[in-house]
Design a protein around this ligand. Structure first.
Ligand code: HEC
Length: 205
């Protein structure tokens, strides 16, 4: 009998193979979850319950490609329903704090202190400024974001909401749901929104 050592597989490769199986309908997501859970264990704040999929994740796994438009609309609608805006109605914080959050990739790993705030790691996927030359390109460049969009109330609301829960605007996006998933606090999201929209921020200069 062939013994498979799951620990020797990277999570990414394993997830990809499960998505392929799910696409071929060979494995249902529930079975995939079962196998994943048997292969990992709790470590610090990184608990196996992170493998529990909510409806959004389940639908995105079920339709990795060729997602019917009504499924995409359902995902966006259910995430829009879960959107929470700040009670004080203020969506913009301090862009200088936002820049620190955008730069920081700390948080949520087993080795991070869960009592400390997490970062947004925005530069891992986006260009934001001309000053920072090290950035990823999974997401679009956000350089001049505020200059191009303006700083109107609807733009502030879209930007805050997009960072809070990107799934409300684009189903099965690669962008994390920072507010919804409790990665960033309301105050931190205000700071990052200011980084994108404040005319004095290096994003717009
Ligand atoms: C793992 C990659 C990833 C990370 C990390 C990430 N994003 Fe994104 N982001 C994306 C992708 C992919 C898109 C395009 C698809 C979409 O709109 O969801 C996107 C889209 C956006 C948009 C919409 C742009 C537009 O033209 O309307 C904004 C705003 C944004 N991201 C801000 C942020 C901020 C701020 C952070 C950090 C708190 C961040 N993103 C972190 C991947 C990421």
């Amino acid at each position: 009998m062939k013994i498979i050592h799951f620990t020797s597989l990277s999570v990414a490769a394993f997830t990809a193979s499960i998505q392929l199986c799910a696409a071929a309908d060979a494995i249902k997501p529930t079975q995939a979850e079962f196998v994943m859970k048997a292969s990992f264990m709790d470590r610090g704040q990184a608990k196996v319950d992170r493998l529990n999929q909510d409806e959004t994740q389940r639908l995105c796994s079920q339709y990795p490609e060729k997602r019917p438009p009504e499924v995409a609309r359902r995902i966006e609608a259910l995430n829009m329903k879960l959107m929470k805006y700040p009670a004080d109605g203020k969506l913009l914080g301090d862009w200088k704090e936002g820049e620190k959050i955008a730069q920081s990739g700390v948080g949520k790993q087993f080795s991070d202190n869960p009592a400390l705030p997490a970062g947004g790691n925005c530069y891992a996927c986006h260009q934001l400024t001309k000053v920072e030359i090290s950035f990823g390109n999974i997401g679009p460049s956000l350089y001049n974001y505020g200059k191009l969009r303006g700083n109107t109330e609807p733009i502030q609301k879209y930007t805050y909401g997009k960072i809070y829960n990107a799934e409300a605007y684009s189903a099965c996006t690669n962008m994390p749901r920072f507010g919804h998933s409790g990665i960033l606090t309301e105050e931190q999201i205000k700071h990052v929104t200011a980084l994108l929209l404040d005319p004095n921020s290096p994003v717009n200069n």
